[in-house]
Design a protein around this ligand. Sequence first.
Ligand SMILES: Cc1ncc(COP(=O)(O)O)c(C=O)c1O
Length: 345
Amino acid sequence: MIDLRSDTLTRPSKAMRDAMAAAEVGDDVFGEDPTVNRLQDRIAELLGKERALFVASGTMGNQLCIKTHTHAGDEVIAEAGAHVFFYETAGAAFLSSVQIYQVKGTRGVLPIADVQQAIRPDIYYMPRTRLLCLENTHNRAGGTVYPLENFSAIARIAHDAGLRVHLDGARLWNAAVASGVTPAEYCRHVDSVSVCLSKGLGAPVGSVIAGSKDFIEEARHFRKIFGGGMRQAGILAAAGLYALDNNVKRLADDHERARAFAETVATAPGVSIDLATVQTNIVIMDVAGTGTGAGEWARRFAEAGVRVSQASEHTLRAVTHLDVSAQDVRDAAAAIVRTVTAGRA
Ligand SMILES: Cc1ncc(COP(=O)(O)O)c(C=O)c1O
């Protein structure tokens, strides 16, 4: 079975497990885990921020940042398909008592005029717009990269209006490799960022948030409240350090494979793929033209040996990652084309 449902499916390699087993550890709630501290320092430097904090997941990272930036009753602007809105189980409402104002983007990029309009005037009977959340790469848009120019312009608009800016950079590494813009260049424009180690980088667990010293101190307090104070977490941080050393540059391979996959699958009758969105490791396949629903195709592809995930009633998502080879991805694309062609005959 070639499993393209997500880049979170990767299993730690032998070398990564060896690094985990050898990790020097301490109690991180006391701030005494040397490997966690090393990972946090390394990521703070990579992202050009004063401090960083190891957290259990991307969701925890985003939600901690929302919590730290806002007060109950505030409003947060995010793209309509943003992970913080779409896939975090109403966490912003549940944990921070804030509401999300959705702005529709194009390939994940927010139109400046619409964001300007979404920022509330300072009137007592309206919510206070406190935070803008950006996502790069944008998952639901198909792994699209935020062009730096748009990114900095939108962050400037928000800052000028007195908002804070948070970046959901679960796949910022992919954005950096695809665009040649360093993570720090993106992060210069935001107040906080969350990056994941457990997606394209192949670590089993872990994300890291970064920001100013004061911001991270406050977030550490909330991390404890959220139950995210871990003890000998260096075992996990070691996987993250290994991933940073070994698995960032190779993301270019995932991107190339996703591109080749998309070009092949787009030849299947009735399947349409917006190739302009295939910028990193995610491919969204629209099967509306086949007359059969996405769920049914996912089932048939699995019978043919390829697993993909359903993104909507008529779209499927495939993601390339560390645990699938170029040949696997070619085979998967060919199997999908064969299955669709046979199903439509
Ligand atoms: C853009 C984005 N942000 C955040 C997350 C959440 O990460 P986690 O699954 O580690 O909570 C994901 C997960 O896929 C994601 O794609």
